[in-house]
Design a protein around this ligand. Structure first.
Ligand code: AMP
Length: 189
């Protein structure tokens, strides 16, 4: 038998999620997109209303509306968390995208991949000097992407309050590349 649909008031009153509940919902997909990579699939977290809202609350736990001017999200899964966080914090949302995707004038930053380099970009007018910024991505692996995004924020003269990730792969030591910035992760492997 199907469970009865919750009333609107019950949905609004649902408690937040714990990191271990979020961890249990993250799906591990072996050998995607290539052999040897254990891909952390966050779509089951997004699909669950309570876990998604709870994840956002945990990511922005330290900050109150009005204390952050902009949330910078990293292409592409970072956008999902950063945009939701921005509306809760009453802050603007700024995308860091892969090179060639943004329509206006950009600043760019290269970073090293295992066998190549990649480039991220941000609009030149995306942040005001002195803006209080939170940087969000879904996952911290080697830290190359987030440190390149942080460099873009610094190039525009804005201040990074914190860099937050839903997932951190601790064994890859990504935090080392982000030294100097406060880093938060909700679920660590
Ligand atoms: P990195 O620059 O090495 O820290 O890689 C971080 C970026 O790559 C993030 O934007 C992630 O979305 C993605 N990523 C790296 N490793 C994984 C993984 N095992 N599962 C899911 N996404 C990953």
């Amino acid at each position: 038998m199907k469970a009865p649909k919750p009333k609107t008031t019950e949905v609004l009153a649902r408690p937040g999620a714990t990191p271990s509940e979020i961890e249990r919902a993250i799906r591990n997909v072996p050998d995607f997109p290539q052999p040897g990579i254990q891909f952390k699939d966050i779509t089951p977290v997004l699909a669950d209303a309570r876990l998604f809202a709870g994840a956002i609350d945990l990511l922005i736990d330290k900050w109150r509306p009005g204390s952050v001017d902009a949330v910078v999200g990293i292409d592409a899964r970072g956008f999902i968390f950063a945009a939701a966080a921005a509306t809760k914090l009453r802050a603007g949302f700024v995308p860091v995208r892969k090179k060639g995707k943004l329509p206006f004038k950009t600043i760019e930053q290269d970073y090293a991949l295992e066998y190549a380099t990649a480039t991220v970009a941000m609009h030149v007018d995306a942040l005001k000097p002195g803006a209080r910024v939170m940087l969000i991505d879904d996952l911290l692996a080697t830290g190359g992407t987030a440190s390149a995004a942080a460099a873009l924020v610094k190039k525009l003269g804005a201040n990074i309050l914190e860099i937050a990730f839903l997932i951190e792969l601790k064994f890859l030591n990504g935090r080392k590349k982000l030294n100097g910035y406060p880093v938060r992760s909700i679920v660590a492997y």
